[in-house]
Design a protein around this ligand. Structure first.
Ligand code: PA5
Length: 433
């Protein structure tokens, strides 16, 4: 069984010769040097590369704050959007009990500020009427509309419930060192605060207090997550050997596929627990690469559910796609399929087998069918869903994203395009200039 995360390109051999991928990956290693020496585009936003080391002194303060919120309250609402939301949500969904929301007891983590849906907000406020809760509000700029609207509503709700003074002890702000409305408000109201480093952009901030504080509140072992990222840092950042550097292989393979006309990458999972990891990945790659008229379109499917919807297109639709499968090698829980005396559903051939065994067959069978149908396949082997392997996986994706952006010759650390919708929306809303 695999112990470390691996990137397997065997499923590309019918499309691009392996030697060509390895040679391109070796040439791509020059972009690793640009990342680590800060000589490439966007070099004022490279602080994320050393986070597995630089965040360590802050872990104690993060854990102390998380433990204070867990003692004080029974639920925490995490407010944020984009890079200030997806990383923590991804890890919480991957590692928590799927039915935690229905379970009695345990500290609940809820999310707000990631949409402008009035029904969602109203339902959340009704739920909070009967909960003793705290708030973590996260915004690097401190001016993003969605979390600002959510915070305005929740702050008023909490103050009405417990009084202004008690509310300010239950609110924690994660924001920029000095700029933005949230920093100003936190200083005035006396909230505990955490600072997002200037040189770390939103979508690369999962290993700062942006990701780690909500995770610690959810009871996730943030040391192990950082250890996993640190291990991937040693495997990738200064390693020019494509044979042992999964980030180099992944970046090179997907860019060669793109040049061959495979414009869409579908991130595939076989567990709903990885749904939000794919959402996080889509933001990372979509915002980093989609500019100057270039970039692979990042999409995702949740299998086996989506084999009953998107499976038809992937098997037989336009051949402009490739798949990357997040393949979890070992389930944490084992469940056996029982035999029935009458075998009414004809499933006794599976009696005594585990559900994971059937899922693995679905994954292997689908992979084979899709490759035969003309869809190249990259397989990321994840030993088990735990903090360490998610730290490895996310850091590998970040390094590969930096390399990929440089291979496309774009700045992978800015997002000028996200301003356009804001301008149009503010003009419709009549925002004073
Ligand atoms: O990656 C990014 O920079 C964006 O997705 C931001 O994270 C997102 O827009 C939220 O921004 P902020 O943290 O400033 O509220």
């Amino acid at each position: 069984m695999e112990q470390k995360l691996t990137v397997d390109i065997e499923g590309l051999s019918g499309f691009i010769p392996t030697e060509e991928i390895m040679a391109y990956a070796a040439r791509s290693s020059m972009h690793l040097d640009e990342l680590s020496s800060g000589t490439g585009k966007g070099n004022d936003f490279l602080g994320w590369i050393n986070l597995p080391r630089t965040i360590i002194p802050e872990l104690g303060k993060i854990e102390a704050c998380a433990s204070r919120l867990r003692t004080l309250t029974e639920a925490t609402v995490v407010i944020g959007i984009g890079g200030s939301y997806l990383g923590s949500r991804a890890i919480i969904e991957a590692l928590s009990d799927s039915f935690a929301a229905c379970a009695k007891g345990g500290h609940k983590v809820l999310f707000a500020g990631q949409n402008l849906c009035s029904d969602y907000m109203s339902e959340l406020l009704s739920l909070l009427d009967n909960l003793n809760y705290s708030i973590i509000v996260i915004s690097k700029s401190g001016t993003t509309t969605e979390p600002a609207v959510a915070f305005r509503l929740l702050k008023a709700h909490l103050e009405a419930a417990v009084g202004k003074e008690s509310a300010s002890r239950r609110i924690v702000a994660v924001t920029d060192r000095s700029r933005g409305a949230l920093r100003k408000m936190a200083d005035t109201e006396g909230y505990e605060t955490f600072t997002i480093p200037d040189d770390v952009g939103g979508r690369y901030s999962v290993l700062t207090s942006v990701g780690l504080l909500p995770l610690a509140v959810a009871g996730i072992d943030i040391h192990e997550l950082v250890n996993g990222a640190a291990s991937m840092h040693s495997t990738t950042v200064h390693n020019h050997d494509p044979g042992t550097n999964p980030a180099l292989i992944y970046a090179a393979a997907r860019n060669l596929l793109y040049r061959e006309g495979k414009k869409i990458e579908i991130m595939v999972n076989y567990t709903p627990k990885l749904h939000f990891v794919a959402e996080w990945w889509k933001q990372l790659y979509g915002e980093s690469e989609g500019k100057e008229g270039k970039g692979i379109f990042p999409a995702s499917v949740d299998n086996t559910s989506d084999l009953h919807s998107m499976g038809q297109y992937i098997q037989e639709g336009e051949r402009h796609i490739f798949e990357t499968v997040m393949s979890v090698m070992k389930s944490r829980k084992k469940i056996l399929i029982p035999a029935t005396p009458g075998n009414e559903d004809n499933l006794n051939f599976l009696a005594g087998k585990t559900v994971a065994f059937v899922n693995e067959a679905a994954e292997r069978g689908t992979r084979k069918a899709h490759i035969e149908g003309g869809v190249p396949n990259i397989r990321i082997g994840i030993p088990e869903l735990n903090e360490f392997s998610l730290g490895e996986l996310m850091f590998m994706f970040e390094i590969a994203c930096g390399i990929s952006g440089y291979l496309l010759d774009v700045n992978p650390f800015d997002q000028p395009g996200v301003e356009a919708y804001k301008k149009a929306m503010f003009s419709l809303l009549g925002k004073p200039v």
